[in-house]
Design a protein around this ligand. Structure first.
Ligand code: GUN
Length: 298
């Protein structure tokens, strides 16, 4: 069994992006700029957003967090989005979810300029993704495809079973794996909470992506010998023995599954870090898109 090491690949990608940033700066351009918008005080969201900011800064990006109170109205947030859309010094931005329940997340995502939508949550980008067009792809599924590529794991012709049909992970993951291009060409089964006898599907899978948000859901008896297992789960479980008061649990019962499979992602240190890597790559893409558009205008 080989661990798919998200930390190692994130480090590689950060180094590649740092070199590009230095080259652009040497040519007289400013650094790429990523902004994260955080509404409210959700503990996990604060951790994710500050990790995104730190990783951006470490490859030479300008990076900042805009924090707003939980009581902010949808209209006020839409105003902030419009300011970021108009700000030429901002290449890409994200609005961390979950948002407070009085704000429609999709309305917010759809207000983001599709060319600055580095999370790929805007309906324009979702539509382009389903057609295999160039677009911003949600960072978690994109990161999983990148991880498989960097470990030279072939997806073409493989049976991939994705568990979970969220807008952010499961559904875009199933689309990416089925696209007729590198990192795709798989036969895809998308399982979810209404799937009957889920085990009959997972037992047939060459690659399982567990993205349902239920700690230790995928057990050893549900995977075939030699399968590749990708764990997207990252649930906080109370644990008084930890300084933070919690530990992170994946959707995979690691000890049981690891002894059966050929490759597996750890939690933490797997998919979560690949999400950050892809966000950094998407930000570079948005920056380069803007540079290209500006040079066409001049
Ligand atoms: N909430 C959970 N994952 C994500 C993500 O990748 N981006 C944003 N904006 N919010 C999230």
């Amino acid at each position: 069994m080989t661990l798919l090491d998200g930390k190692k690949i994130l480090t590689e990608i950060r180094e590649e992006l740092s070199i590009k940033v230095q080259q652009y700066i040497a040519q007289g351009h400013r650094a790429p700029c990523l902004v994260a918008v955080l509404v409210g005080n959700d503990g996990a969201s604060q951790t994710y957003v500050s990790s995104k900011e730190k990783n951006s800064a470490s490859c030479g990006y300008q990076s900042r967090i805009l924090r707003f109170d939980e009581s902010m109205s949808e209209e006020e947030l839409l105003n902030e989005i419009e300011k970021l859309n108009q700000d030429d010094t901002v290449d890409g931005f994200i609005v961390q979810s979950p948002l407070p329940s009085h704000i429609s997340a999709q309305r917010i995502f759809d207000a983001i300029d599709p060319n600055k939508d580095v999370d790929g949550f805007n309906t324009i980008n979702t539509g382009k993704l389903t057609k295999g067009m160039d677009c911003f792809v949600p960072a978690t599924p994109l990161g999983i495809i990148e991880l498989l590529k960097r470990y030279q794991i072939e997806t073409s012709g493989k049976h991939c079973v994705v568990i979970g049909r969220s807008d952010i992970v499961g559904r875009p993951m199933s689309i990416l794996l089925s696209l007729p291009k590198a990192g795709g060409n798989a036969t895809v089964t998308l399982c979810h909470s209404r799937t009957q006898n889920l085990k009959q599907f997972t037992l047939q899978a060459d690659i399982v992506v567990a993205a349902l948000g239920k700690p230790e859901f995928l057990t050893g008896d549900m995977v075939k010998e030699g399968a590749i297992v990708i764990d997207v789960g990252i649930t906080r479980i109370d644990d008084p023995s930890k300084k933070s008061g919690f530990r992170l649990s994946g959707d995979v019962k690691f000890d049981e599954v690891a002894i059966k499979c050929s490759y597996i992602t750890p939690v933490p240190g797997g998919v979560g870090l690949m999400t950050i890597a892809s966000l950094l790559q998407n930000t570079m893409k948005a920056y380069e898109l803007k540079l290209g558009n500006n040079s066409k205008k001049n």
